[in-house]
Design a protein around this ligand. Sequence first.
Ligand SMILES: Nc1ncnc2c1ncn2[C@@H]1O[C@H](COP(=O)(O)OP(=O)(O)OP(=O)(O)O)[C@@H](O)[C@H]1O
Length: 669
Amino acid sequence: MKNRLTLITGTPETKETLHQQLEDILGEYILINSYAVDEAIPERVSDELVIFSSDLIEKEASHLVSNECKRMTAKRTINYQMINQLFEINSGTKVLCVNDAPQMAQETIETLEKIGMTHLAYTPYSPGKKAPSHIKTAITPGEARIVPKSIDQVIDIGVRLIDITTLIAILEHFHLKEKLGWTISNRYTGKIIELSQRLAEVNRQTKLLNQHLQQVVDGVNDGVMAIDRHQRVTVFNPFIEEYSGLSHVHAIGKTLTQLFKEPELLSYMSSPQDEGKYFTMNGYNLMVYRIQWKESDNILFIFKNTDETITMEKAARKQLMKTGYMSKYSFEDIIGKSPEILHTKKIASKLAKTELPVLIQGESGTGKELFAHSIHNQSNRVLEPFLAVNFSALPEDLLESELFGYEEGAFTGAKKGGKKGLFEQADGGTIFLDEIGDSSLKLQARLLRVIQEMELRKIGGTKTIPINVRIIAATNKDLLELIEDGKFREDLYHRLKVLFLPIPPLRKRKIDIPLLVEQFSIENNIPEHKWDHDLIETLTHFNWYGNIRELKNTVSYLSIVADGERITIHDLPGKDYFQTAKIEPESIVDHQLNTKVLTAVKELNDSSKNASRKKITDILSNEGSSLTEQQIRRILENLKKSGYVTIRRGRSGTQITREGVQYIQSSIN
Ligand SMILES: Nc1ncnc2c1ncn2[C@@H]1O[C@H](COP(=O)(O)OP(=O)(O)OP(=O)(O)O)[C@@H](O)[C@H]1O
């Protein structure tokens, strides 16, 4: 007669699995009956040996088992074949370990840890307990139905199996150990060896990865430190060793308060921060950043040496300098203490911080290019290229290919392989369009398209290339006048003049002249004592229609020609050397128009009426002349420049001056 054994489990699932396990191993020699407490159990179980699947089940079903039976509570272990899935979970992940009773959940965790599954952070869970909402992965040995709803990923490692010691105890009970023990334990250890090999491989991989990460962290040019959820240091690279004066051997495993004494630094490191903060540590100027990830309790600190950052920026600028595409001046190079120049510099440095186009307007030699460089220098694009193109210096076709580039074979003489245009080369940086008033209408149309679309097509090309360039344009011409004359596109004007920077002429800020002379003397190696006081006075009162460039050239001239002890007014070049006020010779037509407009202004002034452009237009049209209001505006502007009228806003409007009255009288005579 065959030996008999009864297995009693809690759920039918456990019954199925354990029955199958026993059947596979012992079925040939032992008849196995199985019951689940959750299903029906006979009133009296009287097989020779009764195996309970756990202590709990033993307590629950013990009264149903006859006293003559031998009882055994199975020791259970993880089903090794199902364990592979756990290796897929990232190391350090928090997981819920779900089982139907607190003790069972705890037991499962202990078993998992015992077999080496220590890469996960387990929290026990059984029904009736509140599941922590931040844990999104659950592991359960066959109890998936009781996993809480807050879990996103359930890993069922299957019903725990009866372990080898219990199997051997069963064999012993039926005196089968001699016969079967060897085969069974072999089969069993085979599985364990397979698992340990797998674990060893995973450990080896983890070790390699850690080594690699350590090399990466050590190679980073900043101080890197990390702490774990217990606030203990886990990473401490060589740079932070240098800044803090602590060795990593000493630092690893310590808390922040054990390592750092500075209260402000400790308080910064202990609370969530959006921005970095500046600290000095052992003479190092450091910017400290705190980085914390939502899903992890680890916190990373980066310590950046600000002195090195500045050195790196300098190196980057050096590289740019080599390419020649770099801004050479900054606001400090713009000399002057007059309220006019200080105000202009203040406005310009505000404009620098935006990404918008700027139009700089000023007479020739006032320093427009200097301002363009300085704006780029103070912008966020400072480490990117700055390219300047002068529209008065090159012929139209050449300008077009310089600006937009061309494809190979676009025209005869085109370089092999084509050419990148300045817009493309300035990508990420700034392009300075100098003397934009001198650009042709054809070029303006093309420029407008590029500025509007922020993409360009090379000459002879079909592809559009996106560009990211800030535009600064400069002009010494009155673009509005050019628009009226049909020489400049109004739409382009509005695109360029999003921000506007007028530069005052030197004659409007004469107190800057001695300072500029001093600077240019240094540049020309003229010792200060050589300057005659009267000469400085003369230079300061001169009108300098050629502005700073003219003053600079004059100082250079003096440095060469003056060979006496002192430089005096006698060393100055003749009158023809200097630029004069720009009063264009008046044509007969202009003279007639000027006289007409001045007469109308006088008539309105004499009758105490407001001499507005509209009233002047009306008077002239009554006299049969067909001038538009725009044309009258221009004539009035010229008359103002020549000192024949003054123009004020509001009620006083345009007033004829004494010189204006003389002008009318001279034309009558
Ligand atoms: N405030 C200043 N301080 C020192 N140097 C200046 C200043 N303004 C202009 N300069 C010098 O004067 C010269 C002319 O300046 P810049 O070329 O910038 O003038 P610009 O207005 O662009 O002239 P243009 O309209 O003729 O192109 C340059 O050598 C510049 O370095």
